[in-house]
Design a protein around this ligand. Structure first.
Ligand SMILES: CC(C)(COP(=O)(O)OP(=O)(O)OC[C@H]1O[C@@H](n2cnc3c(N)ncnc32)[C@H](O)[C@@H]1OP(=O)(O)O)[C@@H](O)C(=O)NCCC(=O)NCCS
Length: 205
């Protein structure tokens, strides 16, 4: 069943307010046919930029944001199903505009438990820069920064920062090649996503 566009928008707005999510500009696109759209844990802040797309057909995204931490998702970024974010650091997790995140990606800025008795652990903020692309099932570990236009290959585990315009793959992730592009390039998403509030995308399936 397809809800009319205005109804879908109203559901999305109410849903985000109930979850205490802030957004600016264009309302995020979510498929409201199958609530809940994402699970939220913790009392930190979640800020969405303009026209963020959150797709849930491959599983419900989970956002854990501890007290005093913040998750920021930049304009036009795309988040896919079964995606998990765990933010505990003060700086939290920052996703810049036009970032693509494939299904099953996990991003954590903290180990969340001590390794040995009496030890502490310090969360370290994560930064995903503009137009980077995290492929299916990769993991981004505490303190990592992924550079502008860079790509993290499927199934990779990223423990060190990734320079700009670089493709990394493997566990631990290693550089395999360079991305060639203009500074202002934006990676294409599937053109059928472009539609009124994601509606075309859902209608065609
Ligand atoms: C990152 C990616 C796009 C790179 O594609 P590519 O440049 O065509 O990669 P190639 O197949 O040429 O591989 C380059 C090298 O990295 C290795 N490699 C590629 N993907 C790898 C992976 N996920 N893990 C480990 N090594 C990998 C290849 O074996 C190859 O090594 P070699 O040069 O020694 O032979 C691709 O590996 C990938 O992860 N695709 C999945 C895309 C996805 O998740 N889409 C979901 C929708 S958003």
């Amino acid at each position: 069943m397809q809800y009319p566009d205005w109804f879908n928008r109203r559901l999305t707005e109410r849903y985000l307010r109930r979850k205490g999510v802030e957004w600016s500009g264009e309302l995020p696109v979510m498929d409201m046919r199958k609530p809940p759209q994402f699970l939220r844990f913790g009392s930190g802040r979640i800020k969405l930029g303009s026209g963020v797309r959150i797709f849930t057909h491959l599983g419900i995204p989970k956002l854990h944001v501890g007290h005093g931490s913040v998750i920021t998702i930049g304009d036009r970024s795309v988040i896919n199903g079964a995606f998990q974010l765990h933010a505990e650091s003060e700086g939290g997790i920052t996703i810049e505009p036009h970032v693509l995140i494939a299904p099953r990606v996990i991003i954590m800025d903290s180990n969340m438990h001590p390794i040995s008795e009496g030890e502490t652990w310090s969360p370290r903020p994560i930064l995903l820069k503009r137009n980077c692309w995290l492929c299916d099932d990769c993991k981004i570990m505490p303190g990592v920064e992924v550079g502008e236009h860079s790509v993290v290959g499927a199934g990779s585990k990223v423990t060190d920062s990734v320079p700009l315009r670089t493709v990394v793959d493997g566990n631990p992730a290693r550089i395999v090649r360079q991305v060639v592009c203009r500074d202002d390039w934006v990676r294409e998403t599937d053109p059928i996503w472009i539609g009124s509030h994601g509606r075309d995308w859902f209608q065609k399936r």
